[in-house]
Design a protein around this ligand. Structure first.
Ligand SMILES: Cc1cc2nc3c(=O)[nH]c(=O)nc-3n(C[C@H](O)[C@H](O)[C@H](O)COP(=O)(O)O)c2cc1C
Ligand code: SF4
Length: 407
């Protein structure tokens, strides 16, 4: 199993797909010999699914945006990276900007957008200057600007906007609201951004890693990409690994890797639980470590948080629920009130003042939130509540001191 690792203890290694070799501008040079249809064909062949979490097929999104009729279109790179435990996009932006920006240029060419926007997480402000300098170099090399590399009418440029510091601003319609200078709140859908996005124009929003994958797919072909991973989860995935392990960092592994294999690779010992997919993901116990990370089993945007035997799972859950109470934008009732009620339930367990029938009602509330919340935040925030209470039942409901563990 080949992996790239960015951590203080290991030297950087090459990876199978994303972290394989690439020289700035090569994919842009290559698309000059390709039609839009050729690029869409390769993307379809690759079966690439968006790496931002929802896993929507990239070829379909690009095809629909390409088909939308408008005088102006936009491609937006979502670099908000707000999911707790995720830092792989930061590594891509700081170490591999050529993959990200060339992917955006390919997107502009394919969907017919003249403008690209990088929505950069507010806390990554320190990356703004180096990335802007990088864009300037691309302009000097005519990889951005008018008549790119001499191709008449191929006009495309990119600017960077700093994010507004809210987790929900990573949700694509809230991101567009934020870009327009409004409060970052998700929009009702439909209409979808592919038809009515930024400034009411067709807009394609893609994750940083998705765009990097596109650049490699253009260079090496869709069928090459599809050879990695599994049937429904092609290619490789970047994992941001943190928590109780010897070698935290960013790892590139093929989809279909077992949780146990990943734990071994990162030097995790006495592991009790793994949170897959960040705060909004699911938490699995030791008995499920032979499960695979893939759309067929456990899908993820890439955050892996490891907890060893010393950790208090109720405290872990409380931390996640506090995050969701803080980050809910408050627009819709199931999420605004629901997260608050779930946190209240965790605190009741902590104090030892609960009944099982009430906790079961809260689980039902969580399931209701999953289907009635307006956006992905409220639809996924009950995941840790449900999975931690179910998978760590004995620990949580047999706490010493009437529910307190003395922490
Ligand atoms: C609360 C919330 C936060 C999100 N944060 C991000 C984010 O930081 N980065 C990202 O790429 N997608 C994020 N998404 C998913 C985006 O809405 C969108 O699906 C994604 O940017 C599409 O890109 P992709 O098709 O390349 O995956 C978030 C979704 C939700 C509901
Ligand atoms: S689910 Fe939560 S974050 Fe999303 S719109 Fe409703 S209140 Fe806002």
């Amino acid at each position: 199993m080949e992996a790239i690792i960015f951590n203080p203890k290991e030297k950087r290694r090459s990876g199978p797909v994303i972290f394989s070799e690439y020289k700035r501008g090569d994919a842009i040079r290559k698309i000059l010999t390709m039609s839009r249809e050729d690029i869409l064909f390769e993307l379809k062949d690759s079966k690439l699914k968006g790496r931002g979490g929802a896993g929507f097929p990239t070829s379909t999104k690009w095809m629909l945006t390409a088909a939308a009729k408008s005088d102006k279109k936009f491609i937006v790179c979502n670099a908000d990276e707000g999911e707790p435990g995720t830092f792989k996009d930061r590594v891509l932006l700081s170490e591999y900007p050529e993959l990200v920006f060339d992917g955006m240029v390919i997107g502009g060419y394919t969907i017919g957008a003249q403008q690209g926007i990088l929505y950069l997480r507010g806390e990554y402000e320190y990356l703004l200057k180096p990335l802007e300098d990088y864009l300037e170099e691309m302009r000097k090399d005519n990889l951005l600007g008018n008549n790119i590399l001499g191709k008449e009418g191929f006009n495309f440029d990119i600017y960077i906007v700093l994010g507004s510091g809210a987790y929900v601003c990573g949700e694509e319609t809230a991101l567009i609201e934020s870009l327009e200078g409004h409060r970052g709140e998700p929009r009702n859908r439909p209409p979808y951004p592919i038809n009515t996005g930024y400034l009411g124009k067709p807009t394609c929003v893609n994750n940083v890693e998705t765009l990097c994958a596109v650049t490699h797919i253009v260079m090496k072909g869709g069928s090459w990409f599809a050879k990695f991973g599994t049937d429904k989860s092609t290619g490789s995935k970047l994992f941001s690994v943190s928590g109780d392990c010897e070698k935290p960092g960013v790892y590139e592994l093929p989809w279909g890797t077992k949780v146990s294999e990943l734990l071994e690779l990162v030097g995790a010992k006495n592991t009790k639980a793994v949170q897959i997919g960040g705060a909004s993901g699911i938490c699995i116990p030791k008995s499920q470590f032979d499960r695979t990370i893939a759309y067929e089993d456990i899908p993820t945007g890439g955050s892996i948080i490891i907890f060893n035997e010393s950790r208090d799972m109720l405290h872990v859950l409380k931390n996640f629920m506090e995050f969701f109470v803080e980050e809910s934008c408050g627009q819709c009732t199931p999420c605004r009130i629901g997260n608050y009620k779930l946190l209240e339930g965790v605190e009741m367990i902590e104090r030892g003042e609960y009944t099982f029938s009430y906790i079961n009602k809260l689980k039902d509330l969580g399931r209701t939130m999953q289907v009635t919340s307006k956006c992905g935040l409220g639809q996924s925030s009950p995941n840790p509540f449900i999975s931690i209470l179910e998978n760590f039942r004995d620990e949580i409901f047999n706490r010493p001191n009437g529910g307190r563990n003395g922490r």
